[in-house]
Every structure is written in C-alpha cells, then in structure tokens.
Design a protein around this ligand. Structure first.
Ligand SMILES: *Cc1c(COP(=O)(O)O)cnc(C)c1O
Length: 401
C-alpha cells in the first residue's frame, strides 16, 4: 500500500479498474516524469507534449523556478486558511492586478472561479437582476452554475433542473446578445477566445461591442479567462489582445504553473459586492499555490516568454496555413498565441492516437478540431518537430479519407 514510483502502466491501470470511478476516457498509459515539453511513460517512452496538462502546464513540465519556489514554500507552510494573512497571497495578487486591474479573490479551479464570479454579479445588483447571458459552444466548467453557463446540450443531459436565469446566444453575434439583454440582466459572460469550443477567435470588434452593450444596459461584462490568462494568447490576459477591459475576469488552468489555483479579478467598483460572509474557499489562495503562481509569472517575465509565445505562434500559423494549401481536409487554421486549432472537414479524433504512436501528444476537440496548447517556453525546434509529425498524420488521414 505504498507509492513505489515504478509501477508499470498495466499495474496502475489495474488499480484504477478496481478503485477509481471510470468517468474519464483515459489513454492506456501511466505518465511518470516530465521536463519542459517532454514527458515519459512508465515504460520509458518519451513524448513531445504540445497539449501539456490541458493548458495547465503553461511552462511545460516541472519548470525549474516553479519547482524551487514550491520546494522552498512547502518546508515552511503548506496550508493556512483565509483567517490569516500570508505574504504569498498578497504578492501574487499584486502580480496579477498590477498587470490587469482591480482586486483578486483566490480559489482552486476554473469552475470555482466562475461560480464566484456569477455569485458576485448577482450580489452586485442585490439579487434584483438574476439573468446571465453566455455563448453557445462556450465552456465554463462542470459545477452546477458553471455547467449551466456552458451552453452545450451534451454537457446538460440528465442533470436538470439546471440553475435558473441563464440565456444563450451564438458566439461572435452582437445582435443576438443585445436582443437578450434587459433590465433583469446582471452579466454577460464569454471567453475572449473559445477554447474547448474549438479555438474560436471573435471578430475584432466583438469584445468592444459586448462592452458597449453591457455599458448601455448597466450590466457587468465577465470574461472567462480560465484558458486565456497568464500569457496564453501572447499578452498577460486575453482581453488585452483587443484592449477591452471586463468588470470581472476569471482565471485558473496555467496561473500557478500546474499547481491547482484559480482567481477572480474584479474592478474596485464591483469587488466590494463580494461582501464578508457571502463567499469563501477553504484552500483558496494557499501559500503553496500562491508561491507557485508568483514563480510562474516571474519566469514568464524574466525569460521574455510573452515574446516567445508570439514568435512560436507565428511559426505554427505559417506552418499550418502552408499545409492547408496542400491538404483540402484542412478547413480552417485558427491561431492566437499558444492556442492553436486546425479545423478539419473530417473527424479529428483519430489524429490523437496516430500522433501518440509517433511520440506526440495533442488534443482533438469539437469533433473536427486538432487543438494544441503548447507551453509558452516551447522552442522553435520543438514546434518544427511537432508540426512535421502532425503533417505526416494529417497526410495519412487525407489519404484514408
Ligand atoms: C477548463 C476551463 C474551465 C473549467 O476549469 P476547471 O478548472 O476544470 O474547473 C472553465 N472555463 C474555461 C474557459 C476553461 O477552459
């Protein structure tokens, strides 16, 4: 009954079969070690990972300064609750807010951040404006309000009744949003770039249009930046790509370099509505996650990784646009920073297994989209290696189609 550190994939799978609820589709591989963009399985096979940790490992596996910060913090304090102050939470809040706006509340995940943001929006209007508008194909998490906000019927099946008060509009359609907003609406919530929905990048005027609609209706604009924060799009936060500031922003995934952490940032006008006693998170803002988050942010800054993100983004974009000329199965290439979607006119699912066989980890989403969320510190050589493998696989799929 102890951790040996050297169980085979088969041995670990046997444990799962017996003791772990099988709600995930898992690949039959147990991962044991990672370094940068590479990860090794229990049998010693190495993979180049262009989708590390579903975007949580924003600096790849075990980035050295983050590991060091965690090691230092873990020997002094692992956890203290929010009945006390810790420097780590204050410093990480300072880091995030000085690169965005307002004040921070910390939690542990994306869904939890969105739950808090939605509560804050209703509280801000003293419960008199219960309506919340979100977009089709969005993704906001799996807890009840977050999954209700997620306007995709496949995630709602069998769960009803869902949380009341939500209305849905197609993404990138300002008129549809405007037609739903009324004086009972407390908030419009969208992802600046839809991630799970297929790397959907809005038209340039979209976020500004939402800002205008929200201002005219005197309701709040919430950006779910769970996936687009911490440099993912090439700026610290996705909204900065279009220079449109929300009233509330949520984040999680990569903000602490792979340690579980989430946050809400709210403007100085809105944040007091999260008044004492109305919301809390026992683990939120714990020193371990905050030290990891601060080290993650500092590493991005010190190693100029926002610039690297943009340069590698251009390299991916060029490669896939060229490949699109060669392969008619590629319908569209959508790239923003280290969010990459290659939309096919055939199912994208088979690409994942074919890449894995060749030692490359990628993702497929929304049926037809090959999706990559490479770390901000991916190198030009790794981009080339990954792109060449994906091209080989897509050529094979084009031949079979
Ligand atoms: C992943 C994701 C979430 C959910 O985050 P969890 O940490 O899994 O709860 C919410 N919103 C967006 C945009 C995401 O990408």
């Amino acid at each position: 009954m102890q951790l040996t550190g050297h169980a085979s994939s088969q041995e670990t799978i046997a444990l799962f079969d017996k003791y772990v609820i099988p709600n995930y589709g898992r690949y039959p591989i147990s991962l044991v070690r990672g370094e940068g963009s590479y990860v090794w399985d229990a049998e010693g096979k190495r993979y180049l990972d262009l989708f590390p940790g579903w975007g949580c490992n924003i600096l790849g596996y075990c980035p050295e300064p983050v590991v060091a910060a965690i090691q230092d913090q873990v020997s002094r304090l692992i956890h203290v609750p929010n009945t006390w102050y810790t420097e780590a939470q204050g410093r990480f809040a300072e880091f995030l807010c000085s690169r965005s706006f307002g004040k921070a509340f910390f939690c542990n995940s994306g869904a939890e951040a969105n739950e808090g943001a939605l509560k804050l929006a209703r509280l801000h209007f003293d419960g008199k404006r219960p309506k919340i508008i979100t977009c089709e194909n969005g993704f906001h998490g799996r807890t009840f309000a977050a999954v209700t906000a997620t306007a995709q019927p496949k995630y709602h099946e069998g769960l009803g009744p869902l949380v009341a008060g939500f209305r849905y509009a197609p993404f990138n359609d300002l008129e549809a949003i405007a037609s739903l907003v009324d004086d009972e609406t407390c908030a419009i919530m969208v992802e600046p770039v839809q991630g799970e929905g297929g790397v959907n990048i809005p038209d340039d005027g979209y976020l500004a249009g939402l800002r205008k609609i929200a201002d005219e209706a005197n309701c709040l604009l919430i950006f779910d930046e769970v996936q687009t924060s911490m440099g993912r799009t090439g700026t610290w936060f996705g909204y900065q790509q279009w220079d449109v500031q929300p009233d509330i922003m949520t984040m999680a995934k990569g903000i602490a370099g792979g340690v579980a952490a989430g946050a809400i940032i709210a403007t100085d006008e809105v944040s007091p509505s999260l008044r004492p006693g109305m919301h809390a998170s026992t683990f939120g803002g714990n020193p371990l996650a905050m030290a990891a988050g601060l080290a993650t942010g500092q590493m991005i800054e010190e190693q100029n990784l926002l610039e690297n993100c943009q340069a590698m983004s251009d390299q991916f974009k060029q490669f896939f646009e060229q490949l699109q000329n060669e392969l008619p199965i590629i319908r569209e290439v959508r790239v923003r920073g280290m969010m990459i979607g290659v939309d096919l006119n055939i199912p994208a699912g088979p690409a994942v297994g074919k890449c894995m066989d060749r030692g490359l980890l990628i993702n497929a989403t929304h049926d037809t989209v090959v999706r990559l969320l490479p770390p901000l510190n991916v190198t030009a050589e790794q981009v080339e290696e990954g792109c060449d493998l994906i091209a080989t696989v897509l050529r094979e799929m084009a031949d079979e189609a």
